[in-house]
Write a protein that binds this ligand. Sequence first.
Ligand code: TLP
Length: 338
Amino acid sequence: MIDFRSDTVTKPTKEMRSAMANAIVGDDVYGDDPTVNQLEELAAKMTGKEAALFVPSGTMGNQLAIMTHTSRGDEFILGKNSHIKNYEVGAAATLSGVSYHLVDDENGLLDIEKVRKGIRGIDVHYPTTSLICMENAHGTGRVAPVSYMKEIYDLAKEYNIFVHTDGARIFNAAVHLNIDVKELTQYTDSLMFCLSKGLASPIGSILVGTKDFIHQARRNRKMLGGGMRQVGILAAAGLISLQEMTKRLHIDHQNAQYLASELNKLKGFTVDMDHLDINMVFVKSSYDLNRLKEYLMQKDILLGGYKGEYMRLVCHNDITKNDIDAFIQEIRYWIKER
Ligand code: TLP
């Protein structure tokens, strides 16, 4: 199976499986799982934050951040194309009782002037703006520079507003910019990143922030039923994600560039080169992509995308250059046989 649908599909590596089998565990709800504690300490250190919390998913990490930074009835500012807006089941409204103030985020960057305009003043009619959410790397495959994160952060601080970053792929962003991840994370109060995407853990994400913030987020995680007991078994894989897998993300980026250049050689296929900062390739075609998808499925090749309008191909630890060549070969064959 060659699975381009997402980097969420990565299987745990051999080293992870062995670390998981041998993990020393305790009851994390009591705070005494040493492997979880080690993972949380390392995650906080690597991102330059005071504390970290291991959570089951990126969605839970983002939602805990919103719940912890805001009060019911508040409004928070986020991008129209953000994951929190589009793919988290509207959870912020349901779980935190907050409303969404959406601003344009063409190319994954919040329009700073629209963010400024979106911050509410003091008026009896208005909800309180308590949080701004960024996303970096963005789901559109774009990475925002440090200067952008600083600009948003400085603006938020001018108004005493918290900043949360959905950094599901923040290590991909740092690799693209060729900087330490701390250069990005210094401009956000809290950040969620995923261990279970390009970093290849089977499950898990991390929320980082101040000690007080993480203490409260831990209580909120418990409230949502996210207290995970002997979860050192998963944290053991997470440690390998942080220690080892962060060092190989550039390979996925190189493979994505290679895949893009091979696809661009095919007549009728156009890669969006402006959205090729990380491990994702977005492709449009004059051919019926739904048909191509069905054909490739029979060949054990899986693609992502949106209603046949484009393909999203994600490179990851389980995709090799040979897999890319095999995929391109199958498309060539399909075009010829149609
Ligand atoms: N993204 C998934 C899908 O949900 C779209 C994917 O295949 O890319 N933030 C961002 C930017 C994400 O891309 C995702 C997952 C999440 C948060 C949520 O993470 P999980 O799936 O662990 O809840």
